[in-house]
Design a binder for this molecule. Structure first.
Ligand code: ATP
Ligand code: MG
Length: 479
């Protein structure tokens, strides 16, 4: 394992020696310096992760050195060694930017503890940074996938909302269309991105607790309120409150939200003063709010306030052009998650996905792909492991007229004749489908359709009648 590097700077030889012995025995890599000049040199060569730095040196002031080192490497952890272990020295050391301090005379075991703890803190700080970066990455524009005109419009709206600091945004769309993703994208691309994004699912919280969650309470506001509790609006100060499933918010609470929007202030439960609030509210729902307004289950005034900047997410079935990009994206993510190396979806599988209507939208697509990828042994995702619903839809579609690419290859031989599949075939069904296709191709013109099917017009008419088929378009035999 790599050893952590520590530089000890003290003009007392004995201090340097005893500290370095102890730290080396504890598994650290240690260097010492006894003057400011030596210290600067060692800092460059040794690149310490931590410096134990005496405040008083013969040729330099530890405080100046601290500033210098932090400027060159903001991650270096500096522990000041001060003459006295009193509160003033501690406060001074921390004020000037030290990460910790040790007072003289010191207990060697205590120093070991401080050093170890500091590395632990450093590691934690790094992890927190890493996770917040990851979290942000997760909701980046790049992760909101789609290149259909409908999605391009959505990207534009997100940009406008983020850049203009629109105070209220309403995101609409069926379940699984990405409402939450849009809400996060707005927040993390706005000037508020360093402030909290706090979400609350209005449908998941019992009505009597919702007010407490949103606005908090004062101590003693009710029997169990032993401490003051800040609500979501207060905790999100400067940032964004995401009111998910706002259609499920009780009417009484709707009135209170409207008041917050209008006055930019609210009161904790049991409180006697108004608290100013600066948050962006993003509300989302999959319900038909105008219909709810008509039924008096959603307040009209709140709806109008929310509906100024609304982002309507189209269901996936209305933007199937997004499927190739979405499937590639999920394959990439799932490869990472499961250590797989699937390269893409087979053309038949993509065809299958395009025929299905995706009532659960992108969420359903992701789940279906996850399932298929777990089962798929090869490097190309085939339709074999999609659920029955998805595969059946593709075959129903095939039976209803258009032979898919796959079907064509399998059921037509090299001379262009239909091959008898192992499970047999209904001649009537095949005849009916071919007639339907011919009529469709010639816009209902029976003469042309009959000619294409190499049968007389009378035979075609007879069959149309026999199969009880609806004829489409014109029936002009004279064209
Ligand atoms: N355009 C998209 N690109 C990539 N992933 C998406 C997209 N839309 C949705 N998803 C993914 O689909 C899943 C559902 O998205 P999200 O939770 O945002 O949907 P929702 O509209 O809030 O659904 P619900 O109404 O059920 O809460 C998530 O895993 C999300 O990452
Ligand atoms: Mg959601």
């Amino acid at each position: 394992m790599r050893k952590h590097r520590i530089l000890i700077v003290d003009d007392e030889k004995l201090v340097c020696w005893s500290l370095s012995q102890m730290l080396m025995d504890s598994g650290f890599s240690v260097e010492t310096a006894m003057s400011g000049a030596e210290d600067r040199e060692k800092f460059k060569e040794f690149r310490p992760e931590m410096i134990l730095l005496d405040v008083r040196l013969p040729d330099a002031n530890g405080v100046d050195l601290l500033g210098e080192f932090k400027e060159q490497d903001e991650d270096v952890f500096v522990v000041m060694i001060t003459a006295y272990a009193d509160a003033d020295s501690a406060v001074n050391a921390l004020k000037i930017g030290a990460d910790d301090y040790i007072g003289k005379p010191f207990d060697i075991d205590n120093i070991k503890h401080i050093v170890e703890q500091s590395f632990e803190k450093k590691k934690l700080r790094k992890e927190v940074d890493f996770f917040s970066r990851e979290q942000r990455k997760k909701y980046d524009y790049d992760n909101l996938i789609g290149n259909s005109p409908k999605m391009i419009d959505i990207f534009k709206m997100i940009k406008v909302c983020a850049e203009t600091d629109a105070k209220i945004v309403l995101v609409l769309g069926e379940s699984g269309t990405g409402k939450q993703l849009v809400a996060r994208a707005i927040h993390y691309h706005s000037a508020r991105s360093q402030e909290p994004f706090i979400e609350i699912n209005c449908a998941a919280i019992p009505d009597n607790l919702l007010e407490n969650e949103l606005f908090g309470h004062e101590r003693g506001a009710y029997t169990d309120a032993s401490k003051t509790h800040k609500g979501i609006f207060e905790a999100a100060q400067g940032g964004t409150v995401f009111l998910d499933e706002i259609g499920d918010m009780p009417l009484s609470m709707q009135a209170k939200i409207l008041k917050v929007i209008d006055s930019q202030e609210f009161r904790r439960l049991g409180g006697s003063r108004d608290i100013d609030v600066d948050v962006r509210i993003i509300a989302a729902t999959n319900q038909d709010l105008p219909a709810m307004v008509k039924e008096n289950t959603f307040r009209a005034d709140l709806f109008f306030r929310l509906n100024v900047m609304s982002i309507p997410l189209a269901p996936l079935r209305e933007r199937k052009e997004d499927l190739p990009a979405l499937t590639n994206y999920f394959i990439g993510r799932l490869n990472e998650e499961y250590g797989r190396s699937v390269e893409g979806v087979s053309p038949e599988a993509l065809d299958c996905l395009k025929r299905y209507d995706w009532p659960g939208n992108v969420r359903e697509l992701r789940n279906s792909m996850e399932r298929a990828m777990m089962l798929e042994p090869g490097t190309s995702l085939t339709h074999t492991f999609f659920s029955h619903k998805i595969r059946d839809c593709a075959s129903a579609d095939t039976a209803s007229g258009q032979f898919g690419v796959q079907q064509n290859i399998q059921s037509v031989d090299q001379n262009g004749y239909i091959k008898l599949p192992p499970e047999g075939i209904s001649i009537e069904e095949v005849e009916k489908k071919l007639i339907e296709q011919a009529l469709e191709r010639f816009n209902g013109n029976q003469t042309k359709a009959a000619k294409c099917l190499k049968m007389s017009r009378d035979t075609l008419r007879y069959r149309i009648k026999k199969f009880g088929m609806q004829t489409i378009g014109r029936d002009s035999s004279f064209d």
